[in-house]
Design a protein around this ligand. Structure first.
Ligand SMILES: Cc1cc2nc3c(=O)[nH]c(=O)nc-3n(C[C@H](O)[C@H](O)[C@H](O)COP(=O)(O)OP(=O)(O)OC[C@H]3O[C@@H](n4cnc5c(N)ncnc54)[C@H](O)[C@@H]3O)c2cc1C
Length: 425
């Protein structure tokens, strides 16, 4: 039976895909992976390619989580800019993290090419500046990337050039990154699943893990079956609820919302965003938007820090959309949906070996289109004995959220609301 996808433009427009069975019996594997998003599917693929017997248990359908619902923007670098990274870790480690970010981007693009994943990939991403006081700093960052990091794919766009590229004059300049871009994330997730299954990984949908326990080997118990394995990877990200206290203390789930308009010729000459680029801006609660392959505007903005999802998504996101494109007032919204990402205190991912045989990867803080498939590969490499890249991420500081798993929400709401207020000042 085909399980319901999370409602979104992506789910509504996707081609039929294979249905993976539900786990209904005890099975054994080398590695049990909880979660069938970018992280879990990439780990499964890279393990299977090494001849490791990997089983994915996915509570819903493949790509049901953030991976199949996100903005589809593939960014360069890490979620923190190089200046921030240099000030915390020094120039050498900042450079190492930049290069790993580039490897992550190349991995996503390489997977698309190698497995012929038709996911509407399009080059070009503009980081648009929403406050005049940020222009000098953002402009200087172009020079930093070009001169200090040897990244020539980036150029500065002044106010007029940004307006021409994206069809609104509300930004004060922007950084065009011709090495970044955008894609349809559900198509990418499903392509990863197809590649992983093709390489020999076993994928089970409708199979929520309810318990992870050790008795000799690790056992992951699901509703109707179980997986006994030497190694477990926790890849549930923002949806990993009640499975691992440690991961949940270090990452915070956040609901973020998107709408897609009716087709309006976006991304085409003479239409909105004629450059075809994706855009994300400098707000703390980022606005991100892009044209889709069928000429819609897909716009994300606005977050909720409450443990429950909001129900007025179209109205909520439209309020943000009109701050950028007032002329779209009255434009039909065909789809509106939310998804749950996970952030960390430092906005750097939480990738760890928690205890012998248990790995976790989560908290990509809005940078998971590049970093989540990469994390899956790094963990597959680490399991195979090459910990070089894994160790860099595992060594990044990631303090737990104040209040731990249960009390983290009130502290977060207070902190985030303050920053959201600053966006408006
Ligand atoms: C609205 C939105 C917009 C975003 N936009 C962007 C963007 O433009 N660019 C970018 O880089 N990043 C973006 N992100 C973040 C990005 O989507 C994530 O970082 C990335 O998809 C994380 O992948 P994942 O595989 O770790 O987690 P997920 O894709 O969330 O997958 C986790 C999976 O685990 C399953 N699961 C959880 N618990 C269990 C269990 N107990 N048993 C079995 N299965 C379980 C869930 O059903 C889910 O399918 C966005 C996220 C959201 C929500």
């Amino acid at each position: 039976m085909r399980l319901a996808d999370a409602p979104s433009l992506y789910a509504a427009s996707a081609d039929p895909v294979p249905v993976y069975p539900t786990l209904t019996e005890p099975v054994t594997a080398d590695v049990a992976i909880i979660g069938g998003g970018f992280t879990g599917l990439s780990a499964a693929l890279h393990l299977a390619e090494r001849g490791v017997d990997a089983v994915v248990v996915e509570a819903n359908s493949v790509g049901w989580g953030a991976s199949g619902r996100n903005g589809g923007q593939l960014h360069s670098g890490q979620r923190r800019d190089q200046g921030w990274l240099e000030s915390r870790f020094g120039r050498d480690d900042a450079l190492r993290l930049w290069r790993l970010g580039e490897e992550a981007k190349a991995l996503t693009l390489g997977l698309i090419a190698r497995h012929r994943i038709d996911c509407d990939w399009r080059l070009g991403l503009i980081e648009a500046v929403h406050k005049p006081r940020l222009v000098a700093e953002e402009r200087a960052y172009v020079d930093t990337l070009r001169d200090d990091y040897g990244y020539g794919a980036v150029e500065w766009l002044d106010r007029e050039a940004v307006a021409a590229a994206i069809g609104t004059d509300c930004y004060h300049g922007g950084r065009l990154d011709n090495g970044a871009g955008h894609l349809d994330p559900l198509k990418f997730a499903r392509g990863l699943a197809r590649a992983a299954a093709g390489a020999g990984a076993r994928i089970f949908e409708g199979s929520r893990a309810t318990r992870v326990a050790k008795s000799g080997r690790w056992t992951v118990t699901t509703g109707k079956g179980s997986v006994a394995a030497d190694i477990v990877l926790l890849a549930g990200n923002g949806y990993l609820d009640g499975i691992d206290d440690d991961t949940e203390a270090h990452v915070m789930p956040i609901d973020n919302y998107i709408l897609a308009t009716a087709p309006i010729g976006a991304g085409r000459p003479g239409g909105l965003i004629p450059s075809g680029a994706a855009v994300s801006d400098t707000r703390f609660v980022v606005y991100y938007f892009r044209p889709t392959a069928d000429g819609r505007l897909l716009f994300g903005g606005g977050e909720s820090y409450a443990p429950t999802e909001r129900t007025d998504v179209a109205e909520f996101v439209t309020r943000h959309l009109l701050n950028v494109y007032p002329r779209l007032k009255g434009t039909k919204v065909d789809y509106a949906w939310g998804g749950r990402l996970a952030i960390t205190m430092q906005r750097l991912p939480y990738i760890r070996r928690l205890r012998p045989g248990v790995y976790t990867a989560a908290g990509y803080s809005g940078q998971g289109v590049a970093l989540a498939p990469f994390a899956g590969k790094l963990i597959a490499d680490a399991i195979g004995g090459d910990t070089t890249r894994f160790d860099v991420f595992a060594g990044l500081p990631c303090p737990p959220f104040p209040g731990g798993r249960w009390l983290r929400y009130p502290a977060l709401v207070a902190g985030m609301s303050w920053y959201a207020l600053r966006d408006r000042l």
